[in-house]
Ligand binder design. Structure first.
Ligand code: ATP
Ligand code: ATP
Ligand code: MG
Ligand code: MG
Length: 874
């Protein structure tokens, strides 16, 4: 077996719209192509032994044990790889659970699709699954621990921490989308101007000064003390002499800790004599010269959490500990504690495994113990000095027990420090007693407090503390999204996208849009190039100034990684015709239509799919959509339109020379086609189609008819505004058309336009784009043969591995078959071909240039124009 292609989908995609996060593997089964699992002796047993929990996989049987049954009865090894990849991820705490297998076009090759939580883990699981499957087939000994460990590691390194995860999933449950902005926990919630950002439990609204105050233990203590909040009495010292004086004033018992420490590093608790005080000073000074001396407060560690000025949860925290049984060593007790299934690696589970690290060894040493010591029955041994869950501590939810005095105090503290999400560390004997009465104190205030102890406490009720965070960021009624119009189809995407963007901009929005030419924000070109994939869509959606997005979504991006957004409000499909077939596993027009149908399938429930009713494949996409549908057609009597209207549906049609919206059998005329510059006096029929789609998009966005009309009138096709789209140049005695058409559909569209022209001769410069099939070149030739009186064939710079003849011969054949004896020339180099055509242009003729490099071609044509003018003047 070998992997011939591995793609990571990150949004709705060709293979699955509902499962955006999937790995798509192309697996060549090689020698195993004709072997099923039951034909390999012992395979099923070995698989079961290695992965007993795979019993839960239902597969197509739909019941537990289903997959094992199909392995026994015989299934493909592609199917096995799929299930191992899923199971490995589950074993590493990343259950994801969706998988499928399909036959690929190539003999013996399959697509293996499976979901992931973390893409790097998914990728790793793919390769590991293959290795493991092969070892199982051969009956080799195999240990999967290493792979599972590695996956655990990836999860720890890459996946969201529990706090971030809780906020992201709370947002998702409300339909708020998220984009991960870096490999860590910087997350964007929502899109464009409506976005909010979080980093773990810091938000874009967390005040910087508040974080600074909280980070300065002394400043915090002073602030709280002045507000009448109990804090441990204490001072800061730098040397032994100052320590002595401080002790004289404070008395024992004491705590010494570095001024700006964390995780309890360098802290010594409950010091009762001068000898220990000196040791404590030295320990703290390993971390900072300044050392806090504080009264030792008796009790337990509590954490109070305040979000958006309101107390939301409290937890009692206990450091990692073991209780002796009079027989086991400390090491054995720790190992036993770690067997608790709630304990996992890092943040994987509710609790973290206890590590006997240097910190623990120091504690043991101070008590004159080692890991081999046997602890007397009932004796409690704390293994860490702080109660952090990440070092193996436990948490008990005590939210309902907190005394109202303490609640008020917590809310006051959050306000005094100024934190929107505030964790307050309190030491007291009982949180149900007012802190001042219990003799407790506030030890510290934390910015970015962890949520794990509240979301999944070891004991007590889990609290959804992510809810108030999302409530704060997106108060009821405040939008998180911005309108998104997505445009796909074989031809007309860029034109339609630009036209809609123009309309939206005139309506006063700040529009971000992507096209094959680049990414624009408010008409400013910010990134040049073919920007029609997920990256570009997210570029726009991440922009904090954009309040409306119009996104051209091309086939390439969809197949590479899926859409860059989870859903859109309007999804347009202009048409589906032969282009790029044979590439990226798309072999038929139906396959291609399935790729494009991802757009309408991704439209939100209340949104609109705008579909071309004149195109059978596009029309068929309406079937089974969850959103509303509007159709457009060049024929108001198209039975599909009539049927749709009869049911109260919405449509746009070209009728009696008008662009009209058809609603409940009423026609709303938007404008006369002759008055819309993009139609070139009505001659560019294909642009009427694009206009119909754009007009519908405006209409369902609740734009006024007047606004739509104004946009149509002011969208002037020109090399500046719509480079390479029907750019016409008038020479004194002939015309030149520069266009980007590069497939049969596009060429036919231009042919339709040229039909109505009154010219003496039509010359076409056409090209074969390297990555097409022979039959595509042949058809291009045929169509060109029908349109033009004279044809010049040129070649693209990059022939993608083909020889010139492989491209030109079928084209010549195509021309020959429909129009024998046409004047045909092959001039490979594009600029030379253009020069030749212009130099030899006859009076009243038109030269149509289908170009790869719009910019250069337009420059060339314009330079000719100048020369022509000059020669006319002479
Ligand atoms: P972390 O980063 O885990 O919050 P830290 O380095 O900021 O730790 P503190 O929170 O000040 O340190 O103290 C760590 C632990 O030491 C506390 O949770 C508490 O158990 C104990 N402690 C600190 N100061 C006192 C005190 N004055 N009296 C009693 N115990 C204390
Ligand atoms: P690409 O796949 O290169 O991004 P596109 O779908 O963005 O193309 P446009 O750039 O809008 O399409 O148009 C390219 C050319 O396709 C036009 O100049 C015209 O020749 C042709 N075309 C445009 N709209 C249509 C249409 N609705 N039907 C058929 N052909 C069209
Ligand atoms: Mg602390
Ligand atoms: Mg385009």
């Amino acid at each position: 077996m070998k992997i011939t292609d591995l793609r990571i989908m990150r949004g709705p995609n060709y293979w699955s719209v509902e499962h955006p996060k999937i790995i798509v593997l192309k697996l060549d089964l090689e020698k195993l192509a004709d072997t099923l699992t039951h034909e390999v002796t012992g395979f099923a047993d070995r698989l079961k032994r290695l992965f007993p929990d795979m019993y839960a996989h239902r597969a197509s049987e739909g019941v537990a044990g289903g997959f094992f049954k199909s392995v026994e009865e015989g299934t493909t090894f592609a199917h096995v790889v799929q299930h191992i990849a899923l199971e490995l991820q589950t074993m590493a705490g990343m259950e994801s659970g969706y998988g499928r297998c399909y036959m690929a076009h190539e003999q013996g090759t399959h697509f293996v699709i499976f979901s992931y939580q973390e893409e790097r883990a998914g990728e790793y699981a793919a390769h590991a699954a293959l290795r493991i499957a092969e070892a199982l087939i051969k009956g080799e000994k195999f240990k999967i621990d290493e792979d599972v460990d590695r996956l655990h590691q990836i999860r720890e390194d890459e996946y969201f921490g529990p706090s971030t995860y809780s906020i992201v999933s709370e947002a998702e449950s409300r339909g708020i989308p998220y984009i991960r902005l870096n490999r860590h926990s910087l997350i964007q919630l929502g899109y464009g101007v409506n976005q909010k950002r979080i980093q773990a439990t810091m938000t874009c609204g967390t005040a910087c000064f508040a974080v600074e105050i909280a980070g300065d233990k002394n400043a915090t203590k002073e602030l709280l003390e002045e507000a009448g909040i109990p804090v441990p009495k204490g001072t800061t010292v730098y040397d032994q002499e100052e320590l002595k004086r401080a002790i004289d004033r404070l008395g024992y018992p004491l705590v010494l800790k570095p001024l700006d420490g964390n995780h309890g590093k360098g802290a010594t608790i409950n010091i009762t004599n001068w000898k220990d005080a000196l040791k404590g000073l030295a320990a703290a000074q390993q971390y900072s010269g300044a050392v806090m001396v504080e009264r030792y407060i008796q009790g337990f560690d509590f954490r109070l959490l305040v979000i958006n000025k309101k107390f939301v949860a409290a937890a009692k925290r206990t450091p990692a500990m073991v209780t002796g049984d009079g027989a086991s060593t400390i090491k054995q007790l720790v190992d036993r504690a770690n067997k608790d299934p709630r304990r996992g690696v890092g943040h994987e589970k509710a609790l973290t495994r206890i590590k006997i690290d240097q910190h623990t060894k120091n504690i043991l040493k101070a008590k004159e113990l080692t890991t081999q010591s046997v602890l007397p029955e009932g004796e409690v041994l704390y293994l860490k000095s702080t109660a952090n869950i990440s070092t193996g501590g436990t948490a008990t939810d005590v939210t309902d027990l907190v005394d109202p005095y303490n609640i008020l105090m917590a809310e006051r503290i959050a306000g005094l420090v100024g934190l929107d999400i505030c964790g307050i560390d309190v030491m007291t004997t009982d949180i149900a007693i007012p802190l001042n009465e219990a003799g407790g104190a506030v030890l510290e205030v934390n910015a970015a407090p962890g949520f794990r102890m509240h979301i999944s406490p070891t004991y007590g009720l889990p609290r959804n503390v992510a809810e108030p965070v999302v409530d704060m960021l997106f108060p009821h009624g405040k939008p998180a999204r911005i309108p998104i119009v997505a445009v796909t189809g074989t031809n007309g995407k860029t034109t339609t996208t630009r036209l809609i963007a123009h309309m939206v901009k005139n309506k006063g929005y700040r529009v971000g849009y992507t096209t094959t030419e680049g990414i624009y924000i408010q008409d400013k070109l910010l990134e040049k190039g073919d920007t029609t994939g997920a990256y570009s869509a997210q570029f726009v959606l991440k922009d904090p100034t954009v309040d409306f997005a119009v996104l051209e979504c091309a086939r390439g991006g969809l197949l590479r990684s899926g859409l860059g957004f989870d859903q859109c409000d309007i999804g347009i499909v202009t048409n589906v015709s032969s282009d790029h077939l044979g590439l990226r596993d798309i072999h038929t027009l139906e396959d291609l239509a399935n790729v494009k149908s991802v757009i309408p399938k991704s439209v939100s429930k209340d949104g609109y799919a705008i579909l071309n009713a004149d195109d059978d494949l596009v029309y068929a996409m309406a079937e089974g959509l969850k959103c509303k549908v509007a159709f457009f057609s060049m024929d108001e009597n198209n039975p599909r339109i009539l049927k749709h209207i009869a049911k109260g549906g919405l449509a746009a049609v070209f009728e009696n020379g008008y662009i009209s919206i058809f609603k409940n059998s009423y026609k709303i005329r938007i404008d006369r086609v002759g008055d819309v510059p993009l139609t070139f006096g009505g001659k560019a029929k294909f642009n009427i189609e694009n206009i119909l789609a754009a007009a519908l998009a405006g209409y369902v966005s609740h734009f006024d008819i007047e606004d739509i009309k104004r946009a149509l009138r002011t969208f002037i096709p020109s090399p500046d505004k719509t480079p390479g789209r029907m750019n016409l140049f008038e020479f004194p005695n002939f015309e030149v058309l520069v266009d980007y058409a590069h497939n049969v559909g596009g060429l036919k569209a231009i042919g339709g336009f040229m039909e109505d022209l009154e010219v003496s001769r039509k010359v076409g410069i056409i090209a074969g784009v390297g990555d097409r099939r022979t039959q595509d070149f042949y058809e291009m030739g045929q169509v060109a043969g029908e349109i033009f009186d004279e044809i010049i064939i040129r070649l693209d710079n990059d022939l993608r591995g083909k020889t010139p003849e492989e491209i030109t011969l079928p084209m010549l054949q195509g021309i020959e078959d429909v129009a024998p004896h046409k004047q045909v020339k092959v001039i490979p180099e594009e600029m030379r071909a253009i020069a030749y055509a212009l130099e030899n242009a006859e009076p009243d003729s038109i030269v149509a240039i289908f170009t790869e490099d719009v910019h250069e071609s337009v420059k060339m044509v314009e330079s000719f124009k100048v020369i022509q003018h000059r020669s006319n003047m002479l």
